[in-house]
Ligand binder design. Structure first.
Ligand SMILES: [Zn+2]
Length: 290
């Protein structure tokens, strides 16, 4: 036993020594590196992270599974970091639809960057520049300026995919499909022509408009999700998009409510968490971020 252990230790030591030597040989300042080695091109070509990370990857769906898309709107705002940290901690994917004008100072821009860079765990999406300034009728009746509003947010937030959620309106635009109300139809058609996808929602975890706190309990939300999925009352069967807002979870007791909701979802072995770039039937719309 002892000799085996000793042999193991010697073996480990040899591996460490070899690794160290190899590491040294990779150091261009080390004497072991010859001119010949230096002239050789590097073995691994570095692809800029921003491009490789967001290269479009097709998804193979498991017909035995049901897909849950957690989506959080209106960030960056109070609650965004708490939601992001929680999803990360619980190991679930989530999509954040953000507003250009909410990301003006350094800290807010850093939050956007953190969420963008955490892909594929989290996905940054476009939720306009101005959030329609709260005047939805006026905004959607001026489709050309609404289009410009979304294009500007795409640039300022550096959104990796052409995926939008309309402020205050659930519409769907995918490959070969536009499903929109009369009000938003003109802007949906413009965005469709510009190569964009629009993601609506199947279920909303609503908030009290005075306090911004969640209305439903986590248990109530689970019941709604389960029954909507079971009755196939979703835009796409076996795929369910949940809308909520970052600010609902800014207070620790409501962050706990979100944690409880996610834990309950995770208890269903059929549920798989995905980001909305993996929603079925989207146009392949990865941006080349610079
Ligand atoms: Zn919104």
């Amino acid at each position: 036993m002892v000799s085996k252990k000793l042999a193991g230790m010697i073996h480990t030591a040899l591996i460490i020594t070899t690794t160290l030597l190899m590491s040294c040989r990779n150091n261009p300042h080390d004497r072991l590196v010859t001119d010949d080695t230096l002239n050789k091109p590097p073995v691994v070509k570095t692809i800029p992270d921003s491009i490789s990370k967001f290269a479009w990857k097709p998804v193979v769906y498991d017909s035995n599974k049901q897909y849950i898309y957690l989506t959080f709107d209106d960030g960056p705002q109070h609650g965004t970091t708490a939601v992001f940290d929680l999803c990360r901690k619980l190991g679930v994917k989530a999509s954040f639809f953000m507003v250009g004008e909410h990301a003006t100072d350094k800290r807010e821009k850093e939050i956007v960057a953190t969420i963008r860079n955490a892909y594929p765990q989290s996905l940054l999406c476009n939720h306009s520049t101005t959030h329609a300034n709260g005047h939805y009728n006026f905004f959607y009746h001026h489709a050309d300026s609404a289009l410009k509003d979304f294009l500007l947010a795409q640039q300022t937030l550096r959104v990796p995919y052409q995926i939008i959620r309309l402020p205050g309106n659930s519409a769907w635009v995918k490959q070969g499909q536009v499903k929109a109300s009369k009000l938003v139809d003109p802007v949906c058609l413009l965005l469709d022509s510009a190569g964009y996808n629009i993601i609506g929602w199947d279920v909303e975890w609503s908030f009290n408009h005075k306090t911004a706190n969640p209305v439903q309990t986590p248990e109530k939300m689970i019941a709604i999700v389960d029954s909507t999925m079971a009755r196939k009352h979703t835009h796409t069967s076996n795929h369910l998009v949940i809308l909520s807002h970052d600010r609902m979870f800014r207070n620790p007791n409501y962050t706990d409510s979100l944690a409880r909701f996610i834990e309950l979802l995770k208890q269903n072995p059929n549920y798989v968490f995905e980001t909305v770039d993996h929603y079925p039937g989207l146009k392949q719309a990865a941006m080349q971020l610079k």
